[in-house]
Write a new protein. Structure first.
Lengths: 429, 285
């Protein structure tokens, strides 16, 4: 008996296999049915009943590493929705934003958009903050046929995915530092800095910018004294900042995404009595009062940052948005984060596409945004998408803190640009 | 190197609370990170709104956080019983950290802030290097508080009660020690030291409530390396972690800073699973 219990006969084996294949078949049908249900339930509704709002699903970093930017995006999206609703909404439907937090996590952002589409049945989706989150978000919504219009996902890696539903209304990040680098090399030889230090976090937004600037500056005769990449999860910047200070380069180009990183480098530089002639950071100084209140207005003096918009921009609708911001959240034009304009621009582009197609159909919106006839205008300027969704009409600017004012300084040929405060004043003055 | 020692001492101060609580109560307080940030926000508030120097403000913030610790222990920790107590403590303290994080976000928003006083950005020249005042003051504060804790543990009657409680709670109770009271006070002390650690952290880093996640991962790493429950281990591990990271960042590359430290951590734990100074029974070194 013991032997028999241990054996499996051919018949039993066939029965087992039969059960296995039946189970496999049932599972396959169940999975296929679920996939179909998800697809059909997730498909956007292009018609909205009269009196019902159009819902827009958004995942934002309301906690975690990008929380400051996430908050500014939240403000920008809400300001746009309020402005649209004040004027009758979109095709007669009031706009309702369904915002959920992703805690700055690239995995949570996927879950959020799946939930927004499959369970909440939102009609449209707007992008999250940062290239790190925009790419997985765009891939996710693409499976449901949704357009992903976003304002902060301009890293080359985002577009290299070849998605056709993705549209970034802002400037492609790789060219952000070009006006700055060109300004440096165009300085008279007697004034031109001769050495530079480059240090960047290994982030999809910052890393592509640095080699472009370095190449231009090297060609202009500016030697590289220091180059380093540090991990995004770094919490103690002091040894890296001390190494930069020890190199004593005249120009510092910092690839940063947030205020704490820039603040840590500034603090370490001041403690090391190192004051570069020029200090530009790719992100952080553009955060308005969030930046100046952390580092102090006097320390902010002379700090530079590339971007496509600032609080005193005269592009159509810009000052109206700034006025609405100040009325709702306080502060001044100089303290409005560029993130607010990026988010607001997402709404504007979407509204123009809906108006042009007279529809909430995502397929029609995607086709329209790719069309050559699309004429799109935002608070950041004109928008023209290429086949990968990059905005080819965007212009890169450089901005600088001058006292308590945040002013445009590059390109110098632009009429709105003010003279650069050069060299950067010593810390605290 | 010097930066590593100075900064490490502050991390040691934050981790001390964590290791003290574990040593006496077998509770893993994952809310320690957010409590450090709470301490930073309290110092920031006193400084910005009342003009009180952050170091002077510790007279207010340390007792405040002691009370917070006592209340948390009485309301939540004291109710945890049975063999699952330690694992349950992780869930409970995580829930507490989420509540505090949400409250801080509501009160202060998620914008970053930083404590600013005259000595935060300044430094002085000594032996050819610039030594930042804030790191020096932070180091002195950390050494003073760690020394006070040491004296309390080894030179006072109450310290003897604590050490007896962590050696054997049943035996301690049998000789008349009020173990519940000792536990409550220890939890309060463990939370109170976050006021000092948070103040120095808030003066050297921009922070918001979410910063706590970076902190708690570092603090847990420190007490695992030093040995759960060991004060001396926490101090040594904190200095080792920061110094090693700094040296690798400068000499080799910042990219290899964390991997090198964790490689060392794995080696140490494979040779001594209890950490550098961890012990089975009496956990305070």
């Amino acid at each position: 008996m013991g032997e028999l219990r241990g054996r499996i006969t051919l018949g039993e084996n066939m029965k087992r296999n039969g059960r296995f294949f039946r189970a496999l078949g049932v599972t396959s049908v169940a999975v296929a049915s679920m996939a179909l249900m998800v697809t059909t339930s997730g498909a956007s509704s292009s018609t909205i009943a009269k009196g019902k709002p159009v819902t827009i699903g958004i995942s934002l970093s309301l906690s975690g590493d990008f929380s400051s930017d996430g908050l500014a995006f939240d403000q920008g999206y809400k300001l746009w929705a309020a402005a649209v609703n004040k004027h009758g909404g979109l095709l007669g439907h009031q706009v309702k934003l369904d915002i959920v937090s992703d805690a700055s996590s690239p995995t949570q952002v996927i879950t959020n958009y799946q939930k927004l589409i499959s369970l909440d049945h939102v009609n449209l989706t707007f992008g999250p903050f940062s290239s790190l989150l925009s790419l997985p978000a765009a891939k996710t919504v693409a499976r449901y046929g949704y357009a992903m219009i976003e304002g902060a996902g301009g890293a080359p890696s985002v577009f290299q995915a070849g998605l056709t539903n993705l549209f970034d209304v802002s400037m492609p990040v790789k060219d952000s530092l070009v006006p700055f680098a060109k300004w440096i090399v165009a300085l008279p030889k007697s004034k031109r800095p001769t050495t530079a230090a480059y240090v960047t976090t290994n982030d999809a937004f910052t890393e592509p910018q640095i080699p472009v600037a370095k190449k231009i500056m090297l060609a202009g005769g500016i030697k590289t004294k220091y180059y380093s990449v540090f991990p995004a999860e770094t919490t103690d910047y002091t040894p890296i900042a001390d190494a930069v200070a020890a190199a004593k380069a005249q120009v510092v180009v910092l690839g940063s995404v947030d205020v704490p990183t820039v603040s840590a480098f500034m603090q370490a530089f001041e403690q090391a009595h190192y004051n570069p002639k020029v200090f530009i950071a790719t992100g952080g100084p553009d955060q308005g009062s969030q930046f100046s209140s952390v580092v102090g207005v006097k320390n902010a003096n002379g700090m530079m940052v590339p971007n496509a918009w600032y609080g005193k921009a005269t592009t159509p609708g810009s000052q109206a948005m700034v006025a609405a911001y100040v009325k709702k959240y306080g502060g001044t034009a100089a303290t409005v984060s560029a993130d607010v304009a990026e988010a607001y621009s997402v709404g504007q582009v979407t509204a123009e596409a809906i108006k042009a197609t007279k529809s909430f159909d995502n397929a029609k919106i995607i086709a329209y945004l790719h069309s050559k006839t699309a004429k799109l205008s935002t608070v950041q300027g004109n928008v023209k998408f290429d086949k990968l969704g990059e905005n080819n009409d965007a212009t890169a600017f450089t901005f600088q803190w001058q006292g308590s004012n945040f002013v445009q300084v590059n390109p110098t040929s632009n009429a709105a640009s003010k003279p650069v405060l050069f060299p950067k004043p010593v810390w605290g003055s | 190197m010097l930066d590593g020692v100075l900064t490490g001492s502050v991390y040691a101060l934050m981790a001390t609370g964590l290791t003290l609580i574990f040593g006496v109560m077998n509770i893993i307080n994952v809310a320690q990170g957010i409590l450090v940030i709470l301490g930073a926000y309290l110092s920031y508030t006193l400084n910005v709104h009342l003009g009180i120097d952050p170091f002077v403000g510790l007279i207010i913030t340390i007792p405040t956080l002691f009370v917070v610790g006592v209340v948390v222990e009485r309301l939540f920790m004291a109710r945890l019983k049975g063999p699952e107590r330690t694992s349950m403590s992780i869930l409970v303290t995580y829930a507490i950290s989420l509540v505090i994080e949400g409250s801080l976000n509501m009160i202060y928003s998620i914008n970053d802030v930083q404590i600013q006083t005259w000595y935060v950005n300044r430094s002085f020249l000594i032996f050819g290097i610039y030594l930042p005042y804030i790191y020096l003051f932070g180091f002195i504060l950390a050494v003073a508080l760690l020394a006070s804790l040491y004296v309390m543990l080894y030179r006072t009657r109450f310290g003897a009660s604590i050490r007896a409680s962590l050696a054997d709670q049943v035996a301690a109770a049998l000789v008349g020690i009020n173990v519940k009271r000792v536990s409550t006070i220890c939890f309060g002390l463990g939370v109170a030291v976050t006021a000092a650690g948070g103040m120095v952290y808030g003066a050297t880093n921009a922070f918001n409530a979410s910063t706590s996640y970076d902190l708690i991962s570092r603090l847990l790493t420190i007490i695992v390396l030093g040995g759960m429950g060991s004060l001396g281990g926490a101090l040594l591990a904190a200095i080792l972690m920061v110094t090693l990271g700094d040296v690798v960042a400068v000499v080799w590359s910042p990219i290899w800073s964390s991997p090198t430290f964790f490689f060392v951590l794995i080696i140490v734990l494979s040779l001594r699973p209890q950490g550098l100074f961890g012990k089975q029974s009496a956990r305070v070194a």
